[in-house]
Write a protein that binds this ligand. Structure first.
Ligand code: BGC
Length: 761
């Protein structure tokens, strides 16, 4: 039996959290709010729990709030979302402040997922930068722009771990890994909230979707989640917890159930874990009508589910108005108490206090700011850098890339000149008209140095019924009037005249995102055919895949000489792509979600546990854990990504052979840039617990460091491992590391082979 390091458990489980700008037990705030609440009627308190949207923007449900103006004036609204611009938001706030009985200001929210107007790459793309400083900067730029437009409460970051690329919202998160996901969660919360929530360029963040939204059965959005507590605590909870430790102001529930109880009414999640274990002291908001949806889940009528949600620890009801319309009656009938309502109301008022709204309800409505703070050249420059850094080079045979800025290029594919598909999904505040297309980016970067021949070559897909589903928020799949054969013919004849072909293929933006799950994650047949024909021309073929999810693109990898995963790269995507392909930026992105060989391998992730019948190689072996028709190995593993240069790892050194719970081990490695270009490498550290009381993962990411190394140079990269970094949750939810042998692996992806061992005493 191993000794326990349970001190770690105590420290980490009960680490409380505090919002920037307030002290724990802020008596001034408490007094102010107690005084205010003593003047409020029960109806007015319930009004604070109501979040409305008057519509007009992109709505993710079928319900829109009605009579919003009247409700504000009568104290029935605590917050509002989907209203933009300092004039409009000021007008709405004026109704609350000057026309409602107590003049309590409202909180103004929105989904600012990957930038406000300056749209950055999709979060999954941004995560591939592994650059926390950059990610933080994008969040602070988003906050600056959103607050300039009157929005100071953000429904971001989305930190749902996902190992299932069928699920469309994998695009909105940071991929499959809890360690990396936690670092990103923290960077984003810090970027949005900064140090002082009263600073009118910062916004209150919301970590979502609590919890486990990224693991729906069969990858189908909103579907049932059923998972062991071990997996929840070790693999899926850490990023939410990290956001809470970083002081996130609010938490949004998820649509799915957890252990059979929908998250919005799940007391174990919202009270036991969130508040009692993690010490969260902000407020919890439901997802869009998720309280009402508990009726369909089979939990009772609106009154029952609303009472259940409030008692579980939900504070604010988004759009559905179950709280507004049933809590008074539930109070009379004893289903909820005044205390339940008071608790929720106080938490919402506290957030308003921390935002400085009681000092100045119009703090965020400055009509001069949009002109100076939104879409500035500096912001766009950051978007271009972020986009270039998010792209992942997956193949580069015979150093085809970077291309020379000379000769003739055939730029082919349905996403070459497709402004509507540049921003990526869930960019409701972005505007496609500001986006730089691939074709424009090439012209900007290359001028007349390179002759560009352009043809569409294929539709994103040829199926009008499919296109209709994708085009709900405007045209994303445009089916050409020309026949597929005519388009193909044109593309092939151009390709034959070029020195190199660049084919930009992939998904339309709405092929990923909310309610965009797919059972087939390969390239649509129209585009496959295009690539097959292009390959036959014998010209060097560069394939660029624009998508919101990892895709099963094995055939495309075979057809291409070079392949770049571009994601949906945002407003500067076109410029950034040209920067990368023509060598102005040497790619440094690394995958944060495994690319499967086919959909049958899903769910797929690197941190697997060994079975009792592990398969030694990818060779099929009877009675081993493997498939008859596919290997176990993915197409591309987590952490993978090439550079135009090459990196060599050697001299992995541990500064001591044993670790105790009082000290730390330093792991160092030499990384040499042995190629012909300056470049950056994400040096990754994985650890394997060799023997444990529960089946340990084969390796777990425990550190990373992105370093710039000029060609020919060597850098020593050092990591620190402490006992608490090796801790994990046990079946009784205690959290500690178990003594014994550990192996470390260091390298440029999750298959890193350079290794060394140490013992934890
Ligand atoms: C999404 C949330 C989003 C909310 C408000 C929901 O459909 O799941 O992520 O914040 O809509 O727009």
């Amino acid at each position: 039996m191993k000794r326990f390091l349970s001190f770690v458990a105590t420290v980490l489980l009960f680490a409380g959290c505090q919002h920037p700008g307030t002290e724990p037990g802020d008596t001034e705030m408490d007094t102010y709010i107690s005084d205010l609440m003593s003047k409020m009627t029960t109806q007015e308190k319930i009004g604070q729990l109501n979040l409305v949207t008057p519509g007009g923007g992109i709505l993710t449900g079928s319900v829109v709030s009605t009579d919003v103006e009247q409700k504000i004036k009568t104290g029935q609204v605590g917050g509002i979302f989907g209203v933009y611009g300092p004039e409009k938001t000021r007008q709405a706030q004026r109704l609350a402040v000057e026309e409602s009985r107590l003049g309590i200001p409202m909180i103004f929210g929105s989904d600012v997922i990957h930038g406000y107007k300056t749209t950055f790459p999709l979060p999954i793309g941004l995560s591939c930068t592994w650059d926390m400083e950059l990610i933080k900067q994008t969040a602070s730029v988003a906050a600056k722009e959103a607050t300039a437009d009157g929005i100071f409460w953000n429904f971001s970051p989305m930190v749902d771990v996902s190992r299932d690329p069928r699920w469309g919202r994998i695009s909105e998160g940071a991929g499959e890994d809890p360690f990396l996901g936690s670092e990103i969660a923290k960077a984003m919360v810090e970027g949005y909230q900064q140090k002082d929530l009263r600073d009118p360029t910062t916004m209150l963040a919301t970590v979502k979707h609590f919890a486990l939204y990224g693991a729906p059965e069969a990858g189908r959005d909103y579907n049932t989640v059923d998972m062991s507590h071990l997996r929840m605590f070790n693999d899926y909870f850490p990023p939410y917890k990290a956001a809470i430790e970083a002081g996130v102001g609010s938490v949004m529930t998820s649509f799915n159930d957890v252990d059979g109880v929908p998250a919005s009414g799940n007391k174990w999640l919202l009270t036991t874990i969130l508040r009692d274990m993690w010490g969260f002291d902000g407020f919890v908001v439901s997802d869009y009508t998720s309280v009402n949806e508990m009726i369909a889940h089979g939990l009772g009528d609106l009154q029952q589910v609303s009472a259940m949600a409030l008692k579980a620890g939900l504070d604010m009801d988004m759009v559905g108005e179950g709280f507004l319309t049933t809590l008074t009656q539930s109070l009379e009938e004893g289903m909820v108490s005044e205390e339940d309502i008071n608790k929720a109301c106080r938490r919402i008022l506290e957030a308003k206090y921390k935002l400085g709204l009681f000092q100045d309800p119009y703090l965020y409505f400055n009509a001069d700011r949009p002109a100076t703070d939104i879409l500035t050249p500096v912001h766009r420059q950051l978007a271009r850098q972020a986009a270039a850094r998010s792209m992942v080079l997956l193949k580069n045979d015979e150093q085809l890339l970077p291309l020379k800025k000379s000769g003739t290029v055939a730029l082919v594919g349905p996403l070459v000149d497709s402004r509507n598909n540049m921003l990526g999904t869930w960019a409701p505040t972005g505007e496609a008209r500001y986006a730089v297309t691939v074709l424009e980016g090439f012209n900007n970067v290359l001028g007349d140095q390179v002759k560009i021949l352009h043809a569409k070559g294929a539709n994103i897909c040829n199926d009008p019924d499919f296109a209709k589903k994708i085009n709900v928020f405007g045209p994303k799949i445009f089916i050409d009037e020309r026949s597929p054969e005519a388009m193909l013919k044109e593309a092939i004849s151009l390709a034959r005249r070029a020195d190199v072909i660049i084919a930009v293929v992939g998904e339309a933006t709405e092929m990923s995102g909310e309610s965009s799950s797919r059972t087939d994650i390969s390239l649509p047949m129209s585009q496959k055919k295009l690539l097959r024909e292009l390959e036959k021309t014998g010209r060097p073929l560069v394939v660029v895949n624009m998508s919101g999810r990892p895709m099963a693109i094995g055939e495309e990898v075979e057809l291409a000489d070079a392949l770049l995963q571009m994601w949906h790269a945002g407003i500067e995507g076109g410029n950034a792509l040209a920067d990368v392909l023509f060598g102005d930026y040497n790619p440094s992105g690394k995958l944060t979600a495994t690319f499967p060989v086919n959909v049958g391998q899903v769910p797929i992730y690197y941190s697997i546990r060994n079975t009792g019948r592990p398969q030694g190689s990818d060779e099929f072996q009877k009675f081993k854990s493997n498939y008859l028709d596919a290997p176990n190995s993915p197409l591309f593993p987590f952490g993978y990504g090439l550079s135009y240069t090459s990196f060599e790892y050697k001299d992995l050194i541990l500064d001591k052979p044993t670790l105790t719970n009082l000290d730390e081990i330093k792991v160092s490695v030499s990384v040499t840039n042995s190629g012909d270009y300056d470049g950056e490498e994400v040096v990754q550290l994985y650890v394997r617990d060799m023997v444990a009381s529960i089946t340990p993962p084969m390796r777990l990411l425990k550190g990373f460091n992105k370093v710039f190394i000029p060609k020919g140079d060597t850098k020593e990269v050092t990591f620190t491992i402490r006992a608490q970094d090796l801790a994990f949750y046990h079946p009784d939810l205690s959290f500690y590391a178990e003594p014994g042998e550990f192996k470390v692996f260091v390298g440029g992806n999750s298959n890193a082979s350079l290794s060394a061992s140490f013992t934890l005493e």
